[in-house]
Design a protein around this ligand. Structure first.
Ligand SMILES: *[C@@H]1O[C@H](CO)[C@@H](O)[C@H](O)[C@H]1NC(C)=O
Ligand SMILES: *[C@@H]1O[C@H](CO)[C@@H](O)[C@H](O)[C@H]1NC(C)=O
Ligand SMILES: *[C@@H]1O[C@H](CO)[C@@H](O)[C@H](O)[C@H]1NC(C)=O
Ligand SMILES: *[C@@H]1O[C@H](CO)[C@@H](O)[C@H](O)[C@H]1NC(C)=O
Ligand SMILES: *[C@@H]1O[C@H](CO)[C@@H](O)[C@H](O)[C@H]1NC(C)=O
Ligand SMILES: CC(=O)N[C@H]1CO[C@H](CO)[C@@H](O)[C@@H]1O
Length: 441
C-alpha cells in the first residue's frame, strides 16, 4: 500500500469510529445525567432533583426521609412525609412544594413522632404539610430554614396517592395486600417462603410488598421470579447504609440505632403505599400465615366479619406458634424433589402451642388502610374507626418460626393440620416456581 492510500483508509476508519462514538455518547447521556436539571431554566423552576431512592437523608439534619403521600383526612393538612428522625435533635421544619414547575412559598411542618420507639434513638416520624393555595403540588421538600437557597442540594420527594381531581373513587386494584416489613441477614429459607407465598395466593392475596435489606442467593432468585410476575413487589431498603439497625426489638437488650431494621417505618410506608389500591392490608411476617379456619379464603372471611362489624377497621388476629420440634412428616412430604431446596417444610409442622392468654399475647393485623394513620407491629397507634379481636376459631396466625428456644412436651401441644387442607392445591404452583428458580432437578 502506498502512503496516501494508507492515510485515506486510516481517516475512513477514524470517521466510522467517531460516528459510533458519538452515537454511543448521545445514547448514554439521558441516563447518566438524569439528576442534573436541563439548562436555560428560569430560576426557581423545579424539581431540581428528584429522589428515586427509598431512603433519602435530609440535609443539615440527622434525619432520613422515606416517602410522601397525599393525606387530607385531617382538616388543614394535605401531605404526609414519612421519615426516620433522630429523637434528640428534632427541630422545626418548613415544607416547600413544586407547583406545576414553580417553587411555592414555605408552610410550617407539623411534626408527629410515633409513640412506639422501644427505647431506640431513631423513631418513625411523620411531617404533615399544608399545600399553599393555587398550588398544584407534584413534589415536596423540607427545609430547616424558610429560605429557598438551600434547596439545590436536597432531592425532593414525589407526592404519591394523588387522586385525579373530581373523579369518583376509582375501583381498587387489589382486595388483599400483605406487607412483609423486612428481609435481612441473608435470609435464605426458600422452601418456607415459596410455600408461604403460594398459600397467600390460595387465600386470595393479590400483592405482597417486601422491604429488602439483604437476602440469600437462592431466595434472591425466587423473589426475582415472583417480582417479574407481579405478585411480589420488592422495595429496596438499604437502612444499613444509613444507620446501625438493631436485630432486636428492645434498645436496652440489643442496642443499635433503630428497632428491627426500621420495621415500624416500613409497615407505615406499606399502609400508605396500599391506601389507594388495596381494600385490606395484612401486617405479618414472612414466617406467618393469617389463616381463616371457617372460610376457604380471606375474601369470604372479611365479607362476613365486615358485615358483622361495619364500623371496625382493624382486625386483630391471634398468634399461634407451630414449633420446630416435634414434627410429623406429612404423608405428602418432604417429597424427595424438595431435598435440594434450602429451608424447611412448613407442612411438617402440625403441632401447635396453646397461647398463654394470662400474659400479653401479641396479635398481628388485617387493616383497612384508609382507617389507619399510624401503626405499630401488634397494634395501631392512631386510627379512624375501631378495632376488633377476631376469635381464634374463626381466624388465627400459623406461625412457623425458624427456631423455638424452648421445647414443650407433646402433651402440651395440640394437633392442627389446617395447612394440610391446602396441600393438593399448593403443590402444582409450588413445584413450578421452585423449578423456575432452578432448585428442583
Ligand atoms: C396538576 O398537575 C398534573 C401533573 O402536572 C396535571 O396532570 C393536572 O391536570 C394538574 N391539575 C390541575 C388542577 O391543574
Ligand atoms: C375483590 O372482591 C370482590 C368481592 O368481594 C370481587 O368482586 C372483586 O373481583 C375482587 N377484586 C380483585 C382484584 O380480586
Ligand atoms: C373464596 O371462597 C368462596 C367460597 O368458598 C368462593 O366462592 C370464592 O370464589 C373464593 N374466592 C377466591 C378469590 O378464591
Ligand atoms: C435484595 O437486596 C439485596 C441487597 O441490595 C440485593 O442484592 C438483592 O438482589 C435484592 N433482592 C431482590 C429480590 O430484590
Ligand atoms: C404422625 O401422625 C400420624 C397420623 O396422625 C400418627 O399416626 C403418628 O403417630 C404421628 N407421629 C408422630 C411422631 O407424632
Ligand atoms: C450540603 C449538603 O450536605 N448537600 C448534600 C445534600 O444531600 C444530597 C443527597 O442526599 C448530597 O448529594 C449533597 O451533597
Amino acid at each position: 500500500m502506498d502512503k496516501p492510500k494508507c492515510v485515506r483508509w486510516a481517516f475512513f476508519f477514524l470517521l466510522i469510529f467517531m460516528f459510533f462514538f458519538i452515537l454511543w455518547i448521545t445514547e448514554r447521556t439521558p441516563g447518566t445525567y438524569r439528576m442534573i436539571p436541563p439548562p436555560h431554566q428560569a430560576p426557581y423552576t423545579c424539581p431540581f432533583q428528584i429522589s428515586e431512592r427509598s431512603i433519602t437523608p435530609l440535609n443539615n439534619t440527622k434525619h432520613l426521609l422515606v416517602s410522601a403521600y397525599m393525606d387530607q383526612r385531617v382538616n388543614g393538612l394535605d401531605v404526609r412525609i414519612i421519615g426516620i428522625f433522630k429523637r434528640d435533635s428534632i427541630q422545626k421544619l418548613h415544607c416547600v412544594f413544586c407547583c406545576a414547575g414553580k417553587l411555592s412559598s414555605t408552610t410550617p411542618g407539623t411534626i408527629l413522632q410515633h409513640s412506639d420507639n422501644f427505647g431506640f434513638p431513631y423513631v418513625t416520624t411523620d411531617v404533615m404539610c399544608q399545600i399553599p393555595q393555587n398550588c398544584n403540588a407534584t413534589h415536596v421538600n423540607l427545609l430547616t430554614q424558610p429560605g429557598k437557597d438551600r434547596l439545590v442540594d436536597q432531592p425532593c420527594l414525589p407526592i404519591r396517592n394523588k387522586r385525579s381531581n373530581g373523579k369518583e373513587k376509582e375501583k381498587l386494584q387489589f382486595n388483599f395486600t400483605v406487607c412483609i416489613s423486612n428481609l435481612f441477614g441473608d435470609y435464605n429459607n426458600v422452601l418456607q417462603v415459596a410455600q408461604t407465598l403460594e398459600m397467600y395466593r390460595l387465600l386470595g392475596v393479590d400483592r405482597v410488598v417486601i422491604y429488602n435489606t439483604t437476602c440469600g442467593p437462592d431466595l434472591d432468585r425466587l423473589l426475582q421470579i415472583y417480582s417479574e410476575e407481579g405478585f411480589v413487589e420488592m422495595v429496596p431498603w438499604p437502612i444499613d447504609q444509613h444507620l446501625n439497625p438493631s436485630r432486636g426489638w428492645l434498645f436496652s437488650q440489643s442496642g443499635g440505632d433503630v428497632h428491627y431494621f426500621g420495621q415500624l417505618t416500613t409497615l407505615n410506608e406499606c399502609i400508605y403505599r396500599s391506601m389507594d389500591r388495596s381494600r385490606y392490608v395484612l401486617l405479618n411476617d414472612i414466617d406467618e400465615i393469617i389463616m381463616p379456619y371457617k372460610h376457604n379464603n380471606l375474601t369470604s372471611l372479611m365479607d362476613v366479619l365486615q358485615q358483622q362489624h361495619p364500623n371496625k377497621g382493624v382486625f386483630l388476629i391471634e398468634n399461634h406458634i407451630f414449633p420446630k420440634k416435634p414434627f410429623n412428616e406429612s404423608k405428602w412430604g418432604p417429597l424427595p424433589r424438595w431435598r435440594g431446596v434450602p429451608g424447611f417444610n412448613i407442612l411438617d409442622r402440625i403441632y401447635k402451642e396453646e397461647p398463654d392468654r394470662t400474659i400479653y399475647h401479641p396479635h398481628k393485623m388485617i387493616v383497612q388502610p384508609r382507617m389507619v394513620q399510624q401503626t405499630s407491629v401488634h397494634e395501631v397507634l392512631k386510627m379512624i374507626g375501631q378495632m376488633f379481636k377476631v376469635p381464634p376459631d374463626v381466624c388465627r396466625i400459623i406461625h412457623s418460626p425458624i427456631s423455638t428456644p424452648t421445647q414443650r412436651p407433646l402433651e402440651q401441644l395440640h394437633v392442627d393440620t389446617r395447612l394440610r387442607d391446602f396441600t393438593e392445591q399448593l403443590l402444582p404452583g409450588l413445584n413450578k416456581v421452585l423449578r423456575e428458580a432452578g432448585l428442583l432437578t
